[in-house]
Design a binder for this molecule. Structure first.
Ligand SMILES: [Zn+2]
Length: 247
């Protein structure tokens, strides 16, 4: 549990309860392995998902948080299938950013098959900027919050492939990240359950497809597994030799 005074290094937002684990779970584990705190915030309860009830998905999200080792998993209720980007929604996301004060924020990509993903991407991108405005006041449980603008915003890769700005070597954490993904058991194919509706994520091949992409991305940088990200702008390099110290 993160207290009011503490901060996390990374905060990962997802439109739906399993977005983060499916897209950047291995990178989050890598960050935690390097001794930094990570928190996750689901923007909706996933109540419009074809598979699993809201209660099931909430329990699965808690289980995923436990096996992954997050400092905290927060849940907003911005409306599955109708994520708003009005003032109220924006202030809720800003409040989460100002409470956890991350250096790095992860969120959905801007161009996606599921409209919620694109809407979430825009909402979080706007909140990351507005969270730094001194005259925009928000509060958390009645206490006035101080402004905070995260230093970096990264979009993770979901359904649509894009040319990544950077690929993280997740060879040591990819297998472990599967535990976080499999915590969302209601979403995936299971042998013997023949009456389930055919959804993209529910296909027998879905999880092996994810692994194939991680292998492909890893191949691009000469490692076993990789996760790809895009940046909304150029990445500044101050310590050149530290940045390019790896092979
Ligand atoms: Zn989603």
């Amino acid at each position: 549990m993160v207290t009011e005074q503490e901060t996390v290094y990374a905060l990962a937002f997802g439109a739906h309860p399993d977005d983060v684990e499916l897209s950047c779970g291995a990178t989050l584990l890598k960050i935690m392995d390097e001794g930094r705190n990570v928190a996750v915030c689901d923007l909706t309860r996933g109540e419009m998902g074809t598979l699993g009830t809201q209660e099931t998905r909430e329990a699965e999200g808690s289980q995923a948080a436990k096996v992954m080792g997050y400092s905290e998993r927060l849940r907003l209720d911005l409306g599955d299938s109708c994520i708003r980007s009005d003032r109220d929604a924006l202030e809720q996301v800003i409040s989460v950013i100002r409470r956890l004060r991350p250096r790095v924020v992860f969120t959905n990509p801007p161009d996606e098959r599921h409209p919620d993903h694109a809407k979430a991407s825009r909402l979080v991108s706007e909140a990351v900027f507005y969270a730094g405005l001194k005259k925009l006041s928000t509060n958390w449980e009645g206490t006035e919050q101080t402004p905070h603008r995260p230093a970096h915003l990264l979009h993770y890769m979901q359904y649509r492939h894009f040319e990544p700005s950077l690929i993280v070597d997740v060879s040591k954490t990819f297998e472990r990240s599967r535990k976080g993904v499999l915590a969302f058991a209601s979403q995936f194919y299971r042998e013997g359950l023949t009456d389930r509706p055919e959804t993209l994520i529910q296909r027998r091949e879905f999880l092996s497809g994810l692994e194939a992409r991680a292998r492909y991305l890893g191949e691009q940088i000469g490692v076993l597994y990789g996760e790809g990200f895009s940046l909304p702008g150029p990445l500044g390099v101050s310590d050149f030799t530290a940045f390019f110290s790896e092979k």
